[in-house]
Design a protein around this ligand. Structure first.
Ligand SMILES: [Cu+2]
Length: 155
């Protein structure tokens, strides 16, 4: 008896829920957008970071930085097919990060990553890419918070 009367109420709650949630999300997005354009300009990338150079041994070199936030600085770089030496410098005082190519749909698998990068630490990995395309990477600790990036391989 009680089940029969409570059923319609449950249905009504379920249909009202997502609409309310969408309104809240829309309000939050507006807040974020207005905040970003007014005050918090994106800090310029320090010189040399993200620049791809070719070392004496012919390997492409690039350095990214992490700090006490959830951003790779910069979060994109482009290399040509061939060997790559990627360094990540963690200048954070507090935060531990990492860098992994975890996407299931990489143009080709990359068998290298930095599992843990403590505050003040820097690590270098080397790997070879041959297939052009976009290779997403992330800090697996903070990917949910948006700490992701993309390496593009371009001929
Ligand atoms: Cu991180």
């Amino acid at each position: 008896m009680t089940e029969r009367t409570s059923l319609p109420r449950t249905v009504r709650t379920l249909t009202a829920g997502p609409r309310k949630k969408a309104a809240v999300i829309a309000a939050a997005v507006v807040l974020l957008v207005s905040c970003g354009s007014d005050q918090q300009e994106k800090e310029p990338v320090p010189e040399g970071l993200g620049e791809v150079t070719v070392a004496a041994d012919g390997v492409q070199e690039v350095t990214l930085q992490t700090q006490d936030d959830y951003v790779f600085t910069p979060d994109r770089f482009t290399v040509a097919p061939g060997p790559v030496r990627l360094t990540v410098v963690n200048v954070a005082d507090q935060m531990t990060h990492n860098l992994e190519y975890t996407d299931d749909e990489l143009p080709q698998p990359i068998d290298a990553g930095i599992p843990v990068l403590a505050p003040g630490e820097q690590k270098t990995i080397e790997f070879e890419v041959t297939t052009p395309g976009d290779y997403p990477f992330s800090c697996t600790f903070h990917a949910q918070l948006g700490q992701v990036g993309t390496m593009t391989v371009e001929k």
